[in-house]
Design a binder for this molecule. Sequence first.
Ligand code: 13P
Ligand code: SF4
Length: 329
Amino acid sequence: MIAVDISCGYVDAPVNEGVDMVAEINRMKKEKNAVILAHYYQESAIQDIADFVGDSLALAQWAAKSDAEILVVCGVHFMGETAKILCPNKKVLIPDTNAGCSLADSCKAEDLAAFKKQYPGYKVVSYVNTSAAVKAHTDIVVTSTNARQIVESFPADEKLIFGPDRNLGNYINSITGRNMILWDGACHVHEKFSVEKIVALKKEYPNAQVLAHPECKSAVLALADKVGSTAALLKYALNSDCNEFIVATESGILHEMRKNGNGKTFIPAPPADSTCACNECNYMRLNTLKKLYNTLKYELPEVTVDAEIATKAIKPIEKMLEISAQLGL
Ligand code: 13P
Ligand code: SF4
């Protein structure tokens, strides 16, 4: 392998003129026994070339069962870490290591450790959108697909801390009747959906249903006909008798909705602070087809997780996967 500089977080090598990146990515995947796992928030070109496109739970499940030698995780860094923790002997690559997550960043491991000390006897339920170091301080990991069922799997009087997403935590408290102590974090993308603009869209499309991810603020969730993870919103939209949907989550999901939606209309819910119609995650969108091509070509950058942290972090992740399997999720 040629030595390349990845100090900027990705392989910044030129792609020769005339190279068909799609054909080359497909060729290299086969040659190197690699699979590409992409989140629904990736740009369309990446979703189209991926071997598997899914939500954060599905990406972890796929990584755990894959027999490929190389996993290329097209998503954000915590997704790469989760795959590496589950598959320590595989090479796990991510097109751009700068693809972080504002929600994961809102909870540092040392701060969570100090927070836990204030609540002796409490168990920690962590959203998958956390660093491996935070997962190492966690009793069980959840995603937006299984959070409700996993919280309900604890005895009703179990004392729980939920972090880092206060919106998801509030939502789970409201539908389960629990009173979990919430970490005060949020996703900068889901927090900025505009209630006023969604209400205006509902006037323009009176037959449209509103689909919202539980990372949205409660005022947005109150407008929703369906609240769910990206996978749940997709499934609902495809199976519903309704033909028009206003979608309050990162707009990458609209690609899959439109692709499989039999001509149904999907309208992205707009953010409050800009004139853009769509709300994109700047971290997710750091991954591009060119970076993916270079990642496969140079097998860089690789996701690594400190061995001691990984030994602790795998336990709450595996617990989540076990319960999800029992529930058929
Ligand atoms: P899901 O993929 O679990 O719906 O989560 C959305 C998200 O924000 C991932 O970063
Ligand atoms: Fe993180 Fe929000 Fe981006 Fe998801 S959409 S990766 S929660 S910043």
